[in-house]
Unconditional design. Structure first.
Ligand SMILES: Cc1cc2nc3c(=O)[nH]c(=O)nc-3n(C[C@H](O)[C@H](O)[C@H](O)COP(=O)(O)OP(=O)(O)OC[C@H]3O[C@@H](n4cnc5c(N)ncnc54)[C@H](O)[C@@H]3O)c2cc1C
Length: 93
């Protein structure tokens, strides 16, 4: 379930337009918060929402920044779980 969920999230960010406006940024952040809240593992959902509150929502202006942001928060979960940290420097390629 976790792997498929991350795959869906990375796929969605990969399909975003290159340039952002305030409306699109707000839509993504609303989606992320709702996705996090609805995640079927309740303990995971609580940890995830705490982490997103701590790290902040997406504030960037481009698809590249969005993909880097998602890579970063995925890494925060990896860190909590003791998983390897993914290189986010070439996440767009
Ligand atoms: C919102 C959310 C919260 C979660 N919270 C928890 C939790 O609290 N406790 C828990 O046990 N599990 C949690 N999970 C599940 C966990 O993150 C893993 O998905 C699960 O353990 C399966 O791990 P995996 O090895 O298949 O790799 P996953 O982390 O699922 O990653 C799948 C693949 O994505 C690639 N990848 C890894 N890191 C990145 C990155 N930063 N950017 C881009 N690609 C990357 C790798 O190729 C990896 O094999 C959560 C999942 C989600 C979606």
């Amino acid at each position: 379930m976790g792997r498929q969920s991350w795959s869906l999230l990375h796929m969605i960010t990969g399909a975003f337009p290159q340039k952002f406006d305030d409306g699109l940024r707000q839509k993504f952040n609303t989606f992320l918060v709702l996705f996090g809240q609805m995640y079927p593992c309740k303990l995971c959902a609580n940890h995830f929402m705490e982490m997103v509150r701590r790290e902040g929502l997406f504030k960037g202006n481009s698809k590249k920044e969005l993909m880097e942001y998602l890579c970063y928060i995925h890494n925060k979960v990896n860190e909590q779980l003791g998983y390897p940290i993914h290189d986010c420097s070439n996440v767009v390629e």
